[in-house]
Design a binder for this molecule. Structure first.
Ligand code: SF4
Ligand code: SF4
Length: 160
């Protein structure tokens, strides 16, 4: 397992339902580290991005989320099945260079639900998984937060 080191991308990118923190917004507890670290919400405590898993062959050591501007994680659909989630903090990071390579590589394994800092969303899906697109699209319209890895069917505001 890799260590986060100086990366704090998920604190910015994720919506945290316990504190009503919006996605792509600075957390009020975020300073040099987390000001409430011992008492941080369960969502923060349990979140693991894909980069932390050293055994994952897709994301190299250099692909740490604060460098790529993209946080990848796994998410379980409420009606079954798994997807990859991608929070894109840097506009354009997912459509060129290393970010595009990563998007393409991850989407060959799992459909990727992409949420961008400007509020736009899209789904990157390989032909092999195309039959899952309608269900994923319907559920993705409702994603605001990830709670314990489950994509909850509820609408939360996304950052403009
Ligand atoms: S995005 Fe990943 S590496 Fe960065 S702080 Fe969050 S869990 Fe750690
Ligand atoms: S509460 Fe702490 S760990 Fe959770 S998002 Fe805020 S700064 Fe990050």
């Amino acid at each position: 397992m890799r260590a986060c080191g100086p990366c704090t991308e998920c604190c910015f990118a994720l919506g945290i339902h316990e504190t009503n923190k919006r996605p792509f917004a600075r957390c009020e507890h975020q300073g040099k580290g987390c000001a409430i670290y011992p008492k941080r919400p369960e969502s923060c405590r349990t979140f693991r991005c894909l980069w932390l898993d050293e055994g994952n062959p897709l994301l190299t050591r250099k692909d740490r989320p604060d460098r790529t501007g993209i946080v990848f994680a796994l998410g379980d659909m409420a009606f079954g099945g798994q997807v990859a989630l991608a929070w894109v903090r840097k506009l354009g990071a997912d459509t060129k260079g290393r970010g595009l390579e990563l998007m393409t590589a991850v989407s060959t394994v799992l459909p990727v639900c992409i949420m961008r800092v400007d509020g736009t969303r899209s789904i990157s899906i390989a032909e092999d998984h195309a039959h899952r697109l309608p269900a994923i699209r319907e559920e993705f319209n409702y994603i605001g937060v990830v709670e314990d890895g489950i994509l909850k069917r509820r609408r939360l505001p996304v950052a403009p």
